[in-house]
Design a protein around this ligand. Sequence first.
Ligand SMILES: CC(C)=CCC/C(C)=C/CC/C(C)=C/CC/C(C)=C/COP(=O)(O)OP(=O)(O)O
Ligand SMILES: O=P(O)(O)OC[C@@H](O)CO
Ligand SMILES: [Mg+2]
Length: 269
Amino acid sequence: MRSTQPQIQHNITKRHQQRLQTILRTNKESGRKALAILLDPDKVRQDELAELLVKTQQYSVDFFLVGGSLVTDYTHKEIVASIRKHTNVPVILFPGNSLHIEASADAILLLSLISGRNADFLIGQHVIAAPLLKRSGLEILPTGYMLVDSGTQTTVSYISGTTPLPRDKPDVAACTAMAGEMLGLSLLYLDAGSGARWPVSAAMIEAVRAAVDVPIIVGGGINSGEKAYSALKAGADLIVVGNGIEQNPDLLPELSTIVRDFNQSAVQA
Ligand SMILES: CC(C)=CCC/C(C)=C/CC/C(C)=C/CC/C(C)=C/COP(=O)(O)OP(=O)(O)O
Ligand SMILES: O=P(O)(O)OC[C@@H](O)CO
Ligand SMILES: [Mg+2]
């Protein structure tokens, strides 16, 4: 009888010596904070991207996230190539579905949408993507993705057909995060959604921080130094900023300084 095992070739080329999972975990344990810039393939213009990338040589960024919930322009490969041309910063895919896999990135947030009850985004897309992911050589970062209500319906909420967590219910968020951690997810991402009117509240981040040990990513609507500071102080290990930097390039130096100051005081403490 013929074997039904898929013929999988493992791509073992590693661009980054240290696994990003290890970096994120070590950062969390030592209280080191990090900043990621989200690049949306539908919004990025190559000339503006090059300018931003050059700027990150001066104002440091820890990771680039590449993705969008609904991508119409599949330029992931070109974006990864531009990042590699100008920087050594690791590139992590932030996929909306199983079509958004690009093997030239370093890693992928393998999101399971645990704030929702749509089986397709909890496990369905993952089943479809599994053989491709295995073959890609991408580092897999299993991530509990928690959408948090931000006042208006976000693209992710509409596309996934899920209701976000109520923003004033930190306990519900904490229990969701605990369940995700117990299921073995190694990162948690609290997201108010791209361009959110209200970012995830400090109370919710604190409740999740108190409930789990895994690193916490926070994003959505962080468009000022104050909001970034508040998320980091409440317990975010990594903040993700997209629209804020797209709309105001001066935000990058400010965010970079805030993260650096946090890290200097962590070393001194
Ligand atoms: C199995 C694989 C490869 C992926 C899992 C796919 C899952 C479960 C995704 C979770 C739900 C989802 C649609 C997430 C998208 C997250 C994302 C990239 C958000 C970025 O913001 P946008 O929603 O693009 O905002 P704008 O449209 O406003 O730019
Ligand atoms: O574009 P912003 O609002 O910074 O959001 C980033 C990201 O968390 C969205 O999924
Ligand atoms: Mg988008």
